[in-house]
Design a protein around this ligand. Structure first.
Ligand code: NAD
Length: 337
């Protein structure tokens, strides 16, 4: 049983903590918090040992009646691996200032740059390349979504070129600081960072992305166009998505016509926090015409990367040599469809 810690118990950190706790080959030894808020209180109520990132604030936690087990540095000394879920840029700093100095393996999230960390991860695409690695970045929610569906397409047909329009949510649902939101904000840098980010996982993928941000908090959406090498059919693509491990083709009979309804569907599944770990693809949007494939998919930004973190831990600690076995194990424990 490997000892895992979470540094940064926010949107991603709290979900990774629960996913790790559910596995039988790893456990959460502690999570870190900077301030004594409701998230800190909930963490302790869930049974996580809480360590504070700012030691001077111990008194604030005491006054709030939140039990503290020590400082973040004390937690790091006890771990086999830390999952750093701090905001973008902080993780790379932590790698150099803390983890490397004490020889602690660490996973980082999509807010970090590939070059700063040195290796990027998506379970289905490059598990093997990350076996035994010390520092690995689980790519962002959007890049994870692109890799999840482009990999199975490439397995059945070569890909000449990918073009994708990324429609991004304006803020996470709990992010009151960014709201109220109105207007559509184009990312005028083309390509957006998503295309190059896919190439940190699938190096030779010819992929170009454009992005815009819209006033919604629920999910991102991708409109994807793929020039195919081989003569495949719409049904071949549907089969490939049905057989992929974390892709969920949505049948038209479900009458799910929006991201709002996808999230309602996730609520009905009764999952923790109503999460949607899979990448839902509207089946009726999948269409091969004149050697080009078109499809539309959605990404639950708060949760699709969570199972990837579990698999990254297994790869880095060499708990499982075979990526497929790790994916299946994680999927079973997390109830992934
Ligand atoms: P968040 O703001 O919800 O959580 C970050 C947590 O880290 C907060 O609890 C914050 O208090 C804490 N923190 C801040 N500075 C810290 C420090 N110096 N030391 C310790 N803790 C610190 O952020 P998030 O959305 O969970 O994002 C975390 C990472 O995951 C980022 O790299 C982000 O790009 C990536 N990511 C986010 C999403 C998303 O949609 N939210 C999706 C995929 C990946």
């Amino acid at each position: 049983m490997k000892n895992i810690g979470i540094n940064g118990y926010g949107t991603i950190g709290k979900r990774v903590a629960d996913a790790v706790s559910a596995q039988d080959d790893m456990k959460i030894l502690g999570v870190t918090k900077r301030s004594p808020d409701f998230e800190a209180k909930n963490a302790v109520e869930k049974g996580y040992d809480l360590y504070i990132s700012v030691p001077e604030r111990e008194k604030d936690f005491e006054e709030a009646g939140i039990e503290v087990s020590g400082t973040a540095d004390e937690l790091f000394e006890k771990l086999d691996l830390v999952v750093d879920c701090t905001p973008g840029g902080v993780g790379a700093q932590n790698m150099n200032d803390i983890y490397k100095k004490i020889g602690l393996k660490a996973i980082f999230e999509g807010g970090e740059d590939h070059d700063a960390i040195g290796s990027s991860f998506n379970a289905e695409s490059n598990y093997d390349a990350n076996l035994g690695k010390d520092y690995v970045r689980v790519v962002s929610c959007n890049t994870t979504g692109l890799c999840r569906t482009l990999k199975p397409i490439r397995d059945i047909s070569g890909i000449k070129k990918v073009r994708a329009v990324m429609v991004r949510r304006g803020a996470d649902p709990n992010d009151a600081k960014r709201g109220p939101i109105n207007g559509i904000v184009p990312s005028t840098t083309v390509p957006s960072h998503h295309g190059p980010d896919v190439q940190t996982i699938i190096e030779d993928m010819n992929v170009m992305t454009m992005a815009l941000i819209v006033p919604t908090t629920l999910m991102h959406m991708h409109n994807i166009m793929v020039e195919l090498e081989d003569d495949i059919t719409t049904d071949n693509v549907i089969d490939a998505f049905e057989n992929a491990y974390r892709v969920l083709p949505l049948d038209p009979s479900l009458k799910i016509g929006s991201t709002a309804e996808i999230m309602e569907y996730a609520k009905n599944l009764g999952r923790s926090r109503s999460d949607m770990y899979e990448i839902p693809v509207w089946k009726e949007s999948i269409n091969v015409t004149d050697g080009e494939l078109f499809y539309m998919q959605a990404v639950h930004q708060e949760s699709d990367v969570v199972p990837e973190n579990v698999d990254a831990i297994r790869a880095m600690l060499e708990l499982e040599e075979d990526g497929e076995k790790s994916i299946l194990k994680t999927n079973k424990v997390m109830g992934i469809l």
